[in-house]
Design a protein around this ligand. Structure first.
Ligand code: APR
Length: 242
């Protein structure tokens, strides 16, 4: 273990649950009453763009009613106190990490508050409703916008940077993610292969739990602040110099 440990954190829908945003995998496997293939695949969008726009418009509108919670805030404290390499990767498309103050952040599955133009290929910030009649803010074409969300069958963003960070990391923490969706579900194995200490934070065991060295079980707003207190540098240096 390096005396200057490098830290990579992966978050999923569980970190935003206590803020009031629904997680993806409910008992019935539906997303807010919709089938995944209808609202989260390129084919679903091609088949019914109006439905897909309405689905993400609702998700975007819901952001204004929620606030970051103690879990998001704990990660900001960790980033600010961490003296060396730190990367926060989120699968979430909400903006709660950045609203809490996280800066070294990568949205690997895109962002609700961005749009992607299928005509010019540019991604742009977006607020409010989007629909089949919307204009691209970059090329001004009409009817070519889609939510800048990575759907099933598409390549997540920042993969080179993420795998480079995982291959250097000394500590990997996965927070509030069910371990069902790849490539994110496989990050723990990359971190294990590198010899990192791996920690899972979740309400319950997940599909990936057995791959982690340690599990912290409970709600993010309680478990994550406690873990961050443990990891904060003044404690970690003495621990690693044992
Ligand atoms: N505290 C801790 N963990 C929680 C909490 C909480 N308050 N609430 C829920 N969880 C955990 C659940 O136990 C579950 O393991 O969060 C996880 C949420 O899992 P999913 O709904 O599957 O979300 P996620 O893992 O982020 O999904 C990954 O799937 O469909 C795609 O692109 C979508 O980014 C998403 C990806």
């Amino acid at each position: 273990m390096s005396s200057h440990p490098s830290l990579v954190i992966l978050t999923g829908a569980g970190i935003s649950a206590e803020s009031g945003l629904a997680t993806f995998r409910g008992a019935e496997g539906l997303w807010e009453g919709h089938r995944v293939q209808d609202v989260a695949t390129p084919e679903g969008f091609e088949h019914n763009p109006g439905l897909v726009h309405r689905f993400y418009n609702q998700r975007r509108a819901a952001l204004s009613a929620v606030q970051p919670n103690a879990g998001h805030e704990a990660l900001v404290r960790l980033e600010k106190s961490w003296p060396v390499e730190f990367l926060l990767i989120t699968q979430n498309v909400d903006d709660l990490h950045e609203r809490a103050g996280s800066r070294k952040l990568r949205h690997m599955h895109g962002e609700l508050l961005r749009t992607l133009c299928i005509a010019c290929g540019e991604s742009s910030p977006w607020q409010g409703g989007m629909g089949p009649d919307s204009f691209c803010p970059q090329c001004m074409k009409k009817g070519k916008l889609r939510p800048d969300i990575v759907w099933f069958g598409e390549m997540p963003y920042f993969m080179d940077e993420i795998f480079a960070a995982l291959n250097r990391c000394d500590i990997f923490i996965a927070v509030g993610t069910s371990g069902h969706v790849y490539p994110a579900a496989g990050f723990v194995r990359t971190a294990n292969a590198r010899g990192a200490r791996t920690i899972e934070v979740n309400l319950a065991d997940t599909a990936a739990s057995e791959s982690f060295d340690e599990r912290r079980t409970g709600p993010v707003t309680q478990v994550l602040p406690a873990l961050v207190n443990e990891l904060l540098p003044r404690r970690i240096w003495s621990r690693f110099s044992d």
